[in-house]
Every structure is written in C-alpha cells, then in structure tokens.
Write a protein that binds this ligand. Structure first.
Ligand code: G1P
Length: 292
C-alpha cells in the first residue's frame, strides 16, 4: 500500500456529547473498554499505515498520553503480576508513530486537514474521523487502499443513508463504475455538497469519515472559503478538486457507527459488548431479561 500517513483531526469541541465532553475529549469516550480514537488508530495500523498525524487542540492532552508509554502504570501492573494487562497497555503506544499538530482556531475539517500540509507533503494520504467507528472483516482503510492502488485518485468512503438524514453529511452525486471488481460499490463522483437539505441532495450517498486524498487537495484547501456553518469544509475543497482530477466514492464492506452521536454511541457499545469474548454471553443474557 502506497499510503504512509493518516491525518486524524481531533480538535473538535464534541458539542454533540455535552456534558460528558466538558472536561474530556470526545475521542476518549470508551466503547466498551477502548476510547474511540484507539479504534481509529488501530484501523490505521491494520491498514499498514506507519504514521498518524493528529491535528489536535486545547484540552486534548489525554489523547497524547493515551498513545504514549506509561512507565509508572506498566511498573505498577508488572509489580502486581498483571502482565497481560501491562502488555495491552504497552501495545497501544506501539501501534504506529505519532505526530501532534495544534489547530489553533476551530475553523472546520478542511482547515484541520490543511494544517497537516507540511508534514504530509506531496504524497497521497488518509484522513480518519474517529466519530465513525467501523466494524469490518477487512479494515475500511485497507479496502480503500486497494481501490486507490487501482485508480490512483482520491477515494471517499460512502454509505447510503435515509434521505431524512442527508443534512448530517457530505453528499455526492455520482455515476456507478461498471466492469470493476467492486461492481455496485464503486462510483465516480460528479458533484459534492456539504450537509444539504433533503430537497437539495443529489443522492443519498453520504461521505463517511474515511478518505484517501491526493496531495493536490492542499492547494484547493488553501483557497477554500468558509462554507456551511461558517467553517472551511473539506467537501467544498473536494468539489474544487473535481475540476482537475477524478474522485471516487466507495461503499465499503462493514458496519459503521456514528459514535459521535449519543444514540450511535449506544448502538456501538451494545453491539461491541455482545461480541466481547469475556462478557458477551453474560451481557446477552442480561439484555434478554429486560422487558422491552
Ligand atoms: C464531516 C464532513 C462530512 C462527512 C462527515 C462524516 O462532518 O464534513 O462531509 O459526511 O464528517 O462523518 P461532521 O460529522 O464532522 O460534521
């Protein structure tokens, strides 16, 4: 896989999850026993991408600590004979190399990605939004990497969503790409619009928080004006990129949870807990006792 760098924007305020996120980053909210951001970094590592570039902000130091070595904790765990736990804690800091950048002003996703320009340089890269947790056999980014290898163009993860919810996503207009091994799942993008009203949406194909982007996106982002919500939108820069290069939308295999939303977070929690080897069956029994 040619992608060597993944950008993880984590500077958002997490307003959808207040008050839980008043004093802690939303990326650190745990689904069962792992914070959201760990699922994202594990996916990056599983896709063979060696470097994660966090675009972070004030109040997010817990994320840096999470991916660092915690010598005191490891020492304590070893002293108490809890070696499997010690190894688990150590493994988090070995997932991949990490770099932290600060986004000083909350000017939107496009602005966050633009911050990484110097570090990414002139090579294709991934963007991962940790709100979207994806449960799949093959990591979503790896699936997208295979499409990238074939087309050498920007690839957006997409999903069909109910028309009533298009206002929560970037929506694409697209034509199916026929005669490829991803028949029915691969689309050539013809237009994009950020968070349209249902009547303005050209389709129900929504962008999910996984992107593989060519470096030309930086030139576009540098001149993108504030759009929806007064923010510099990645979707607007992609629309501009479309004038110069093809962009593909890819319906990945797997189940996506919008864990940045309270209901989506609960769904992820229940389903991941049911799959946990140590407590899944107990939890299932418990759920069955509930008179729903
Ligand atoms: C961002 C993007 C949007 C995309 C979504 C996926 O929106 O701007 O185009 O569909 O992520 O999760 P946000 O959810 O940050 O408002």
């Amino acid at each position: 896989m040619k992608i060597r760098k993944a950008v993880l924007p984590v500077a958002g305020l997490g307003t959808r999850f207040l008050p839980a996120t008043k004093a802690q980053p939303k990326e650190m909210l745990p689904v069962v026993d792992k914070p959201l951001v760990q699922y994202a970094v594990e996916e990056v590592a599983a896709a063979g991408i060696p470097l994660t570039i966090f675009v972070t902000g004030r109040g997010k130091s817990a994320i840096e600590n999470h991916f660092d070595v915690s010598a005191e904790l490891e020492y304590e765990l070893a002293g108490r004979g809890k070696n499997p736990l010690r190894k688990q804690v150590r493994a988090i800091s070995s997932l991949c190399d990490v770099v932290y950048l600060r986004q000083k002003y909350p000017k939107g996703l496009g602005h966050a990605v633009l911050m990484s320009r110097e570090l990414v340089d002139e090579e294709p890269f991934a963007v991962v939004l940790s709100d979207d947790v994806i449960d799949s056999r093959v990591p979503c980014l790896k699936q997208m990497g295979e499409v990238f290898d074939e087309f050498d163009a920007s690839i957006l993860a997409i999903e069909r969503v109910p028309k009533s919810t298009v206002g929560s996503y970037g929506i694409i207009a697209a034509e199916p790409v026929r005669n490829s091994k991803w028949n029915g799942r691969l689309f050539k993008v013809t237009d994009l619009i950020e968070k349209p009203s249902p009547s303005d949406a050209p389709s129900n194909l929504a962008i999910i928080g996984r992107y593989i982007l060519t470096p030309r996106i930086f030139r576009k982002l540098a001149t993108t004006r504030r759009g929806k919500g007064g923010e510099i939108q990645l979707t607007d820069a992609l629309k501009d990129l479309l004038k110069d290069e093809p962009i593909y939308g890819f319906i990945f295999e797997g189940k996506r949870y919008d864990a940045g939303d309270k209901l989506g977070f609960l769904k992820a929690t229940v389903e991941f807990a049911l799959k946990e080897p140590n407590m899944g069956s107990e939890f299932r029994k418990y759920l069955k006792t509930l008179k729903l």
